[in-house]
Design a protein around this ligand. Structure first.
Ligand code: F6P
Length: 542
């Protein structure tokens, strides 16, 4: 069925989708719902407490059939199997892509270069658990004998966004006598504000960097060490206050962290897929090993679902394929992720790296420039705040913005009518976007004619609603894996390498060249006239 040598836009399913779009692209959701009273219940799928209502999409059964055919023609299943079985599908870096091994149960075997990686994964998890327990119980003491009260994760990108998102998401389950902060930006303000009210002898730094060479993280880590030593501690005290999370033992030792205090992971874990590796140490200290394992179980449950469930009922595949549908055929440029859960306030930011660093590519695996769009822009804010900010554009603007609403049946902080009000808003937004308000309805309210067009909601704006029972560690794992595999699905259809990130390199190299030019005012500048001019102004103004 699959012949991936045929370019995407030449595949039979693609051509059929083009024709199908011409037929139903303009059909209104009102008509789709009117002609099928079962649509709202039928077009949904559920796995282990994660319910996806995809009925408010501009799609019918034929659309889904064709999208699934496209997935088959694109070899989705085979590529997923290649990932799950440790093949080196990150071809530009010649690496396996095995974040799924990070949550594999002990009894599973997954081989990379002939070696089963699962025992190593569990060895690190056990080491993390022992360490976390010591910090949480107060047994791990700082150099003056005081217990650790503050944990600061120093990292950036995947070594920051996952930890900070998970900490915020699972704060409800966290040990409240510990303070957690996250330093990522090379802007000195980030570090200065993080430590401003902390005592060094009660503070533990987790230096999180896959490579242990990232400019921002190394700069912040050195500033952390200076700040710590300035408090009166000597070098020997560093071992009690700095641990490293990395794949690079050599650089960790060079920095001066005892490698006994290092938590390792592997080159087959991409930075943006690493929050359930040792990079999640801050999460484990916050919520405890049992909750961390519950989160891993959630990830794993979604992995199994993605690997084994028919595409018709496969949540990540459906979400990924619908994103393809809008990106390619409706020219949608973005996806809004709108969690109605304050604890998920950093979830959209986390997803931005996951989705855009993965699928922001312009060439195929074979190096050919694509003749279609790839990764859309993901963005969002928690509801209901967004409603009073940018929803206006989603409802009445000229762009089509597919939305993912995420809501929970139970709130974690029961407070009067708050949760019902919150959830009423999720349901109302999806309904308003899909069905809108016609001119007749606006007129019937007695609106003067000149005002009618301003008050019309044309509707037909698509959304998914993900409804989950409660935000638990397990549910968080399921949600993240849902998006990971949706991103994977999209990347396979687009025939791109979703696991490299060459696009971040050039800026890094140029910054390294410019740093000494800012520090030494006399050096000759050989950039373009704009960059030269900006540097001169900065030199004069600093
Ligand atoms: O921004 C590029 C990147 O390599 C990300 O992919 C990664 O998550 C981040 O930098 C941090 O890298 P490291 O963990 O090696 O410090």
């Amino acid at each position: 069925m699959s012949d991936t040598t045929i370019p995407l836009t030449q595949r039979p399913a693609w051509k059929a989708l083009q024709k199908h779009y011409a037929e139903i692209g303009k059909t209104h959701l009102r008509d789709l719902f009117e002609s099928d009273p079962t649509r709202g219940t039928r077009m949904s799928a559920e796995v282990d407490g994660i319910f996806l209502d995809f009925s408010k999409n501009r799609a019918n059964d034929e659309t889904l059939k064709l999208l699934i055919q496209l997935a088959k023609e694109s070899g989705l299943r085979a590529r997923a199997e290649a990932m799950f079985s440790g093949e080196k599908i990150n071809i530009t870096e010649n690496r396996a892509v095995l974040h799924v091994a990070l949550r594999a149960p002990k009894e599973e075997q997954i081989f990379v270069d002939g070696e089963d990686v699962v025992p190593e994964v569990h060895k690190v998890l056990d080491k993390m658990a022992a360490f976390s327990d010591r910090v949480r119980s107060g047994e791990w003491k700082g150099y003056t004998g005081k217990r650790i009260k503050n944990v600061i994760n120093v990292g950036i990108g995947g070594s920051d966004l996952g930890p900070v998102m998970a900490y915020e998401a699972l704060k409800h389950y966290s040990q409240r006598d510990l303070t957690f902060r996250f330093v990522s930006n090379v802007d000195g303000t980030d570090f200065a504000e993080a430590v401003i009210d902390l005592e060094a002898d009660e503070t533990l730094f987790l230096v999180a960097s896959k490579t242990f060479t990232t400019l921002e993280t190394m700069t912040n880590a050195h500033s952390a060490r200076d700040w710590f030593l300035k408090s009166g501690a000597d070098e020997a005290a560093i071992a009690k206050h700095f641990v490293a999370i990395s794949t690079n033992e050599k650089e960790v030792a060079k920095f001066g962290i005892d490698t006994a205090n290092m938590f390792g992971f592997w080159d087959w874990v991409g930075g943006r897929y690493s929050m359930d590796s040792a990079i999640g140490l801050s999460t484990m200290i916050a919520i405890g090993p049992d909750n961390f394992h519950a989160m891993l179980d959630g990830f794993h449950a979604m992995d199994v679902h993605y690997r084994t469930t028919p595409l018709e009922q496969n949540l990540p595949a459906l979400m990924g394929l619908l994103t393809i549908w809008y990106t390619e055929f409706f020219d949608a440029q973005t996806v809004a992720v709108l969690p109605y859960e304050q604890y998920l306030k950093r979830f959209p930011a986390y997803l931005q790296q996951l989705t855009m660093e993965s699928n922001g590519k312009h060439v195929t695996l074979e190096g050919e420039t694509v003749d279609y769009q790839t990764g859309p822009i993901y963005w969002g804010e928690p509801g209901t705040n967004g409603q009073h900010s940018f929803y206006q554009l989603i409802h009445q603007g000229t762009r089509l913005i597919p939305c993912d609403f995420i809501g929970f049946c139970k709130g974690l902080n029961p407070l009067g009518r708050h949760h019902d009000m919150l959830m009423a808003n999720v349901f109302a937004q999806g309904e308003a976007l899909a069905f809108g308000k016609t001119a007749e309805q606006v007129r019937a309210e007695g609106t003067p004619e000149w005002l009618v067009p301003h008050k019309v909601f044309e509707g037909n704006r698509p959304s998914n609603t993900i409804l989950v029972e409660e935000l638990t560690p397990k549910a968080l794992g399921q949600l993240i894996a849902l998006y990971e595999h949706s991103v994977f699905t999209q990347g396979v259809i687009w025939d791109i390498d979703s696991f490299d990130q060459w696009g971040v390199e050039l800026g890094k190299v140029l910054a390294q060249r410019i740093i000494p030019e800012l520090e030494d005012k006399s050096g000759e500048l050989k950039h373009d006239s704009s960059t030269n001019n900006l540097i001169i102004r900065y030199r004069n103004g600093r």
